[in-house]
Design a protein around this ligand. Structure first.
Ligand code: APR
Length: 311
């Protein structure tokens, strides 16, 4: 029997997740949304791709969480996206109410699942889902750093006119203005990026990475990025289901790693069948560490605003 991956939210990110997953073909998919007809319609449309994909996986759309029962992984994308001029933090209280409700339903129906958060503001929503689910920290994580590194890699590849495959990059911290692209850890064909580009150019590419989501929101005007965020979430699901032990930057709850405790934050983790199997600690310079602590404090402020004690 194939494993089940459920996706909550059949909007842009959720339905794109379903599309990438369908293409992979390793799990049956359930797409859930609060809007009647939306997940059913999206699922039916996707189902009809199967002859071309030569895929036998099942995909079902539903408004009933009972259909998600026994999921190995639940990807949560339900919530409101940004509009031009909004920061991810502006979504905090609206999405808090949605994620709280959704997490309770997810836990009731799939008490052993691994939850991957995609809804923004990502780090705070990951921490909220961890708190509400009462799952151990290895089973609740957030998609953020993979997307941020994807953006950074793209800009580097365009700047240097080199294959995207040769670029390795790492972005730490919260999924927002305080993220910390780690240029020291970035290589192109094994060569440090800092040997290939002047400081000013790397500064510019980092700034474009930090504002990567905003750039897309500004162009779309209604809605935010969805192809790349969903591709990143599906890479996480694949690493987990296939027990790949991939090292990927994800939002994970820190308990002393990097000298930071009690907050979900983007760090490199080893992803395998147990979810977050290890938090990898990179030695940071004083300046990098200070930037990461600033990022943690910004997430902590959002968590405080959510008043978790009242949840
Ligand atoms: N239960 C289930 N689904 C819900 C609920 C709920 N309580 N509340 C909202 N939804 C659904 C909406 O009906 C909608 O179909 O979530 C979906 C969100 O889809 P979009 O509006 O298209 O937003 P999307 O672009 O997919 O972004 C979703 O991901 O990347 C983040 O910032 C983004 O927080 C946003 C989230």
């Amino acid at each position: 029997m194939r494993e089940k991956v459920s996706i909550v939210g059949a909007g842009n990110v959720g339905s794109s997740c379903a599309m990438w997953l369908l293409g992979k073909g390793f799990a049956d998919i359930v797409l859930v949304d609060i809007v009647e007809g939306l997940p059913q319609g999206r699922a039916l449309d996707l189902l009809q791709c199967r002859p071309i994909l030569r895929s036998d996986v099942c995909i079902k759309g539903s408004n009933d969480y009972a259909d998600t029962a026994g999921s190995s992984i639940v990807v949560i994308t339900s919530g409101v996206p940004r509009k031009p001029g909004m920061s991810r933090e502006d979504l905090l209280l609206t999405n808090k109410n949605i994620i709280e409700l959704v997490t309770k339903e997810v836990v009731k129906n799939s008490p052993d699942c691994i939850i991957i958060l995609v809804t923004n503001p990502l780090d705070a929503m990951t921490q909220l889902a961890l708190y509400v689910s009462k799952f151990p920290r290895n089973r609740v994580l957030g998609q953020s750093g993979i997307l941020d590194t994807m953006r950074f890699k793209n800009f580097i590849s365009e700047e240097l006119h080199v294959s995207i495959r040769d670029i390795s990059a790492l972005v730490l911290g919260g999924h927002g203005d305080t993220m910390v692209p780690l240029r020291r850890a970035c290589t192109v064909g094994g060569i440090p990026l800092t040997n290939l580009l002047p400081k000013e150019t790397i500064d510019r590419l980092e700034q474009r990475t930090i504002r990567g989501g905003e750039e897309i929101v500004g162009l779309l005007k209604t809605g935010s990025a969805h192809y790349a965020p969903s591709a990143a979430a599906v890479q996480m699901a694949e690493a987990i289901l296939m027990d790949k032990k991939m090292i990927l930057p994800c939002a994970a709850y820190l308990e002393g790693e990097y000298g930071i405790s009690g907050v979900a934050l983007g760090v490199p983790v080893k992803l395998g069948r147990n979810g977050v199997e290890q938090i990898m600690e990179v030695e940071l310079t004083t300046e990098e560490h200070e930037a990461l602590v600033r990022s943690a404090e910004s997430v902590r402020k959002q968590v405080k605003t959510m008043k978790l004690e009242e949840v």
